[in-house]
Design a protein around this ligand. Structure first.
Ligand SMILES: [Zn+2]
Length: 366
């Protein structure tokens, strides 16, 4: 692979820096607390349901060891609170020493228990200013209005018989609640956590205001759900009107290349080295999907999103229902937007192995 800006080695695999977390993931257990670096611990926060078993929370101990901060404390549940107390006890800390809660984004498996911890300990809560707006928007009553969502389904070309299940899935109450953060961050802000200097790195995509945090002294990147070692965490899972989650996501992945040598401390699974390789892998995965849509453009033209999604998903399409059907349609819409956008060429530029849409002839394996 050659060319300015190209990823030098897309075949190099990432490697885990925690055999314990990898083993726990493979056996479906919660990994025990472990030291990541001087005064940095990783602990697991249990998630009550779904395919992902735990969030990785990070405990950042102050220079004099009298207090600590937690990054992404996880789900708001009695089980997680018990687990947190137990984990802190194992590393010689108690909940009363909590001074700050930092969240990479608003999802309940990251920010979830922050308001409970704030009420219990008086800890301040730190969130991105954009993510605060995203959270407010996600909780706005009009967002889940069945009538306006039905108009979206009509525009997507969803057959009448399939609309009721989608409306039911979409109109459900969100599993997160509001919180008033004490500190709002923007890209480039430096958060001083008494012995931990964290630079906020805006990484919109997964959510509109997602932040990663770089600890350049220790060579660590707290990556939230922006980049995970194995899972594709997805994009557009909480955005503001007018946002472009897919181009934002791809741009954010490329912007992390300056931290290529940092150890990645993700929100799930296991910590690893090989940020560049993983960022390239995720980008290629998504761009291939966009290119498959681009391949369909000459044939389908202005056909509705439903027709594109059906062809994109092939035989698995008939098995999708409810929320998963909604997600597939929404993701297809975002890929379709990018396939028609002049920005596609520049997003493809770092990946010369992916051909431009004009050269397309057949779909690719994915
Ligand atoms: Zn998550």
């Amino acid at each position: 692979m050659s060319g300015a800006g190209a990823y030098a080695d897309q075949t190099r695999r990432l490697r885990t820096t925690s055999a314990g977390q990898l083993a726990a993931l493979q056996s479906g257990q919660l990994p025990p607390p472990e030291a990541v670096a001087d005064k940095v611990w990783a602990i697991a926060a249990p998630i009550p349901e779904g395919s992902v078993t735990y969030t990785l929370s990070y405990v950042l101990v102050s220079a004099d060891s009298t207090s600590f901060s937690i990054l992404d404390p996880g789900w708001d549940s009695p089980e997680n609170l018990d687990s947190l107390r137990r984990s802190l006890g194992l590393i010689g800390l108690a909940l009363e020493g909590l001074s700050t809660v930092v969240a990479t984004h608003h999802h309940p498996d990251h920010l979830g228990i922050a308001s409970t911890l704030k009420a219990m300990t008086g800890a301040r809560v730190v969130l991105s200013g954009i993510e605060r707006a995203v959270l407010t928007y996600q909780l706005s009553p009009g967002l889940r209005n069945p009538a306006s969502y039905t108009r979206v389904l009509e525009a997507w070309g969803v057959p009448k018989a399939r609309r009721a299940e989608l409306v039911a899935a979409f109109a459900r109450t969100p599993d997160f609640s509001d919180i008033e953060p004490d500190v709002l961050l923007a890209d480039g802000d430096v958060l001083d956590l008494d012995g931990h200097s964290l630079t906020a790195v805006a990484t919109p995509g997964h959510t509109g205001g997602h932040l990663c945090f770089a600890d350049n002294d220790r060579g660590l990147l707290y990556s939230g759900d922006h980049i995970l070692p194995q899972i594709h965490s997805g994009f557009g899972l909480g955005a503001l009107p007018g946002d472009q989650p897919l181009p934002d996501y791809l741009t954010s992945l490329q912007s992390l290349r300056r931290f290529a040598a940092h150890e990645v401390l993700p929100g799930h699974e296991f910590r690893f080295l090989g940020l560049d390789a993983r960022a390239a892998e995720i980008s290629v995965h998504q761009l291939r999907r966009t290119l498959r849509i681009a391949d369909l453009l000459p044939e389908l033209g202005d056909a509705p999103v439903w027709d594109y999604a059906r062809l994109l998903h092939g035989p698995g399409w008939s098995r999708l229902s409810g929320f998963f059907l909604h997600a597939a349609l929404r993701q297809t819409e975002m890929h379709l937007d990018l396939a028609r956008s002049p920005h596609l060429a520049e997003l493809l530029a770092p990946f010369p192995a992916l051909r431009p849409p004009e050269a397309a002839s057949a779909g690719s394996a994915d």
